[in-house]
Design a binder for this molecule. Structure first.
Ligand SMILES: CC(C)(COP(=O)(O)OP(=O)(O)OC[C@H]1O[C@@H](n2cnc3c(N)ncnc32)[C@H](O)[C@@H]1OP(=O)(O)O)[C@@H](O)C(=O)NCCC(=O)NCCS
Length: 138
């Protein structure tokens, strides 16, 4: 499980770049009260490496945040965590993301498709039976 402090301190340095959360403490408290998380930590130290925050209390699951520690990026941690969520999901999963966020590539690879756009913000959705890009068989 994550703490409020972990959510706030990990998102604070990023806030205002590709997303803007007006009150990070309120954001953290809300997701801790009503949402769920998937978390990866260093087995030996417990240091936080990556997490996914989501809500599963509507007809569709909403991913509200995906985060990987800067020194653990590009090792597949976010991909594996989101894939774990998708593997257990029997509902559509959607999220909002800035069109220029590199995370868009991650979501596309996992089978999310853009369903609408409002200014810079894309809504992406992944249907339960959608598959992500797979390597071609040789
Ligand atoms: C987006 C984020 C969660 C990705 O985490 P990650 O653990 O590094 O991602 P992965 O290693 O699982 O990446 C899987 C694939 O996504 C794509 N991808 C991820 N980060 C990328 C980047 N910075 N540039 C281009 N493609 C990227 C790549 O296709 C990657 O596969 P590859 O490394 O084999 O090329 C991480 O960069 C992050 O925490 N960003 C800040 C928070 C944020 O903006 N979250 C999204 C909010 S909607």
């Amino acid at each position: 499980m994550l703490s409020r402090e972990e959510i706030v301190t990990t998102l604070e340095p990023l806030n205002g770049d590709f997303f803007l959360i007006n009150d990070l403490v309120a954001y953290a408290d809300k997701v801790l009260a009503n949402g769920r998380s998937l978390v990866r930590r260093e087995p030996s130290t417990g240091t936080l490496m990556a997490y996914v925050l989501y809500y599963d209390n509507q007809p569709e699951i909403l991913i509200t945040m995906v985060w990987t520690a800067p020194d653990h990026r590009r090792r597949g941690l976010a991909r594996d965590l989101v894939a774990e969520l998708l593997a257990g999901a029997v509902k559509p999963v959607h999220l909002e993301v800035h069109h220029a966020n590199p995370a868009v590539t991650l979501y596309r690879k996992l089978g999310f498709r853009v369903v609408s756009r409002k200014g810079d913000i894309l809504t992406m959705k992944r249907e339960p039976d959608a598959s992500g890009e797979r390597p071609a068989l040789s």
